[in-house]
Design a protein around this ligand. Structure first.
Ligand code: ATP
Ligand code: MG
Length: 285
């Protein structure tokens, strides 16, 4: 039973008092879900001695789109990169805490990051196709990971991945052209197709639409909505409209802390924390 059901009153906003507002950093809202796809426990991230993420505990649900929002520099990308150990590639970046997936802490020493990054794929802000043909952008990963044995299987996977990413009809006659010859929105769908091709379970997206026009953005948003049937998607976005259009849960970050997590509608219509309210009403950030 939540506070509202228990008392008949809506929950009190946390941090109403300006002093509390500045000091209260414990997460409010429901950070756990039943049977999570990934479960982050007390995750902290340091760049040298500078703490960029403090003590984040958060479940990522199955087949959900979870949006991560917050002011520039609050740690959204840093946190997202924890989910597939992408921060390992940044020198002097240290991650502490645990992130469980299928009962295994992905930070255990014997976890191989190569299959992990296929299982938890990533799409970046700027589309970054390989300097290869459209076909080989998709075929490369499955070949490296041994998911295809011959040309027929590769062809099949290339076609199905491009279809799933909603790009097939636009590229089927030019598969040998460079990936970079596509428009920005097409390149981003190519990158999504590339992530899909290696059979991921989770797809991380860091502001995937920020370099796209509204039409390309709408196509990607539609695609994200379809993909959640098969995948879990964690997306960082600066667009609150986008978060409310496509996500089921939203996490609000502020200065490295996870301030609030809850159903997207509630975060935008009735946030519990003063800092969340300040951000979504444009008073901060
Ligand atoms: N490679 C790095 N080396 C050192 N500090 C970093 C590095 N990347 C990020 N930081 C610092 O960590 C903090 C969080 O940065 P991060 O990029 O995660 O924020 P963000 O919320 O994604 O911001 P934006 O919305 O601008 O993309 C910032 O203070 C940033 O300066
Ligand atoms: Mg970022």
């Amino acid at each position: 039973m939540n506070q509202e059901q228990a008392t008949g009153h809506p929950p009190r906003k946390v941090g109403r008092h300006p002093l509390i507002e500045r000091t209260e950093r414990a997460t409010v809202g429901q950070a756990t879900v039943e049977n999570p796809r990934m479960s982050c426990q007390n995750v902290a991230v340091y760049y040298d001695s500078k703490k960029a993420i403090s003590d984040v505990t958060l479940d990522i649900g199955r087949n959900e789109v979870i949006a991560m929002i917050g002011p520039s520099g609050c740690g959204k990308s840093t946190f997202l990169r924890c989910l597939n150990r992408m921060n390992d590639t940044i020198e002097r970046c240290v991650v502490t805490g645990q992130i469980f997936m299928d009962g295994i802490n992905i930070y255990d020493r014997d976890v191989d990051v190569v299959p992990l990054r296929a299982q938890v794929g990533m799409v970046f802000q700027k589309p970054n196709p390989f300097p290869k043909s459209i076909y080989n952008n998709i075929a490369y990963g499955p070949r490296i990971h041994g998911l295809v044995q011959n040309r027929d299987e590769t062809d099949e996977l290339v076609v199905s991945s491009l279809k799933r990413a909603g790009l097939w009809s636009e590229v089927k006659d030019r598969l040998e052209m460079p990936g970079t010859s596509l428009s920005g929105g097409q390149q981003q769908r190519l990158c999504i197709a590339r992530a899909i091709a290696v059979n991921p379970e989770v797809i991380l997206m860091d502001e995937p639409c920020s370099s796209l026009d509204p039409i390309a953005t709408a196509i990607i948003e539609e695609l994200i909505d379809e993909l959640k049937q098969d995948y879990t998607i964690a997306i960082v976005t600066h667009s609150m409209q986008q978060a409310s259009r496509i996500s089921q849960r939203t996490a609000y970050f502020h200065q490295g802390n996870l301030i609030e997590i809850g159903p997207t509608d509630q975060i935008f219509l009735n946030p519990l924390h003063q800092l969340t309210e300040d951000y979504i009403t444009g008073r901060f950030g």
